[in-house]
Design a protein around this ligand. Sequence first.
Ligand SMILES: [Zn+2]
Ligand SMILES: [Zn+2]
Length: 254
Amino acid sequence: MKEWFTINKIDDSTYIISEYRHWEETHCYLLNGTEYSLLIDTGLGICNIYDEVQRLTDKPVIAIATHIHWDHIGGHKYFPDFYAHSEEVHWLNGQFPQPLDTIKEYVTDRCDLPDGFDVDHYTFFQGIPTKTLVGGETINLGGRSIEVLHTPGHAPGHMCFWEPVRGYLFTGDLVYKEDTLTAFFPSTDPTAYLNSLEKIAELPAEKIFPAHHTLDIEPEILFRMRDAFRELDANGKLRHGSGKFDYGDWALWL
Ligand SMILES: [Zn+2]
Ligand SMILES: [Zn+2]
């Protein structure tokens, strides 16, 4: 049987920690600087990601979720030093709009669960961030700087992370392929989604690192997604309830 976590190396100081045994195929990213490491998303919370991270860095780890959805904060309990966006801090304090029972159904859906896992013990992480972000900040890891971009749409406090020196863009749930991007929940905002795509499509990204599914994804998709959103907008369809749209290697649910 496959291990729970699959580790891939992007370069000597950047790693992908993937969870392929769950249908969401979640990816977390570990960025090592000379003073700190940054863990972008902490996964599903089904297995212990802390042990994996410890094998890949000896620096203090700051955790940062692209957004406060269950599949991105599952391992936050292991990382007391974590940052969150101001628009989602209340989701870490009792006000997340979906009930825990629904989240538990997502967790066990189409998943090759590890032996001994008991969904009754699954919790939605709650806590107070060590730093609250609004977007525009730079996180300095020592010899390595990561820019915080506020990119709402999928979630109100969604953030993408941009490393100009390496041309890396970490896109969270704003941009991925092979499955449906979601902007139909009441907490999503299709117009903000377009504005966020406009913003990140301007960046000279060399590599795209999504939070789910295939890693075979190129920066050109940013333009295709932006253009598709523009067209939906021009046709009056960029709104909740307008349905599902299939673009071949990606899709959208509004
Ligand atoms: Zn999400
Ligand atoms: Zn997600």
